[in-house]
Ligand binder design. Structure first.
Ligand SMILES: *[C@@H]1O[C@H](CO)[C@@H](O)[C@H](O)[C@H]1NC(C)=O
Ligand SMILES: *[C@@H]1O[C@H](CO)[C@@H](O)[C@H](O)[C@H]1NC(C)=O
Ligand SMILES: *[C@@H]1O[C@H](CO)[C@@H](O)[C@H](O)[C@H]1NC(C)=O
Ligand SMILES: *[C@@H]1O[C@H](CO)[C@@H](O)[C@H](O)[C@H]1NC(C)=O
Length: 177
């Protein structure tokens, strides 16, 4: 009997690993660089990702793996943190500078690997180095797993979706602040 349970346990583990391997692999390029933006009647140069503020949206299904090639074309070292995403066995891609990884030096690139496991819903990513997060951030939308994308929400399927990112706008240079 015990052996039977152990066998079933192995089968279940194998099934879980199989399910995990089912997730899609997605690639993003994040080019971090200065760009001029006008907000609240003033124009200034801010650090952006792909010339966008807020930055590009990451869209995945639960269980997917994402590789983000971060090209740091700014002046300071930087890392990107995947806020709210568990990083099982993968902390060195999690972002907090000098805690789990060194910052990506200016003029170089580094690919961060994000394994989505149990999350569903709307999360966000942001720079995790000093004040750079003030302008370097964006949304992460985690849809349900592939098989039932859009069919198993705990509410009727919406007619449309709009992402709202709330942030502060500093008139001063955030790095000087
Ligand atoms: C922003 O605009 C200023 C003034 O026009 C210009 O000198 C600067 O090069 C621009 N910065 C970027 C990153 O385009
Ligand atoms: C999930 O389905 C929605 C609605 O059909 C679609 O807009 C979205 O791109 C899908 N998500 C992914 C990650 O494929
Ligand atoms: C993340 O997912 C990829 C693709 O499924 C896999 O090759 C890799 O081993 C996973 N990494 C971790 C730390 O689980
Ligand atoms: C840097 O980017 C190049 C080209 O986009 C890529 O081939 C290389 O793997 C990246 N290096 C790292 C460390 O991520």
């Amino acid at each position: 009997m015990g052996l039977m349970y152990r066998f079933l346990g192995f089968m279940f583990l194998g099934f879980l690993l199989f399910c995990k391997a089912e997730g899609a692999i997605r690639y993003y390029d994040f080019v971090v660089k200065e760009s001029n933006f006008t907000r609240l009647c003033s124009t200034k140069s801010i650090l952006t990702v792909n010339d966008r503020f807020p930055g590009p949206e990451i869209q995945v299904n639960k269980g997917d793996t994402v590789f983000v090639n971060v090209h740091n074309q700014g002046t300071y070292g930087i890392t990107i943190h995947w806020h709210g995403v568990k990083m099982p066995r993968n902390p060195w891609s999690d972002g907090p500078e000098y805690v789990t990884q060194c910052p990506i030096p200016a003029g170089t690139n580094f690919t961060q690997e994000i394994n989505f496991s149990t999350e569903e819903g709307t999360l966000w990513w942001h720079a995790h180095s000093d004040w750079s997060r003030a302008t370097v951030h964006g949304a992460i939308i985690v849809y349900t797993a592939n098989a039932d994308n859009g069919t198993s929400y705990p509410y009727p399927k919406p007619h449309g979706e709009q992402t709202i990112v709330i942030a502060s706008w500093y008139k001063a240079d955030v790095m000087e602040v």
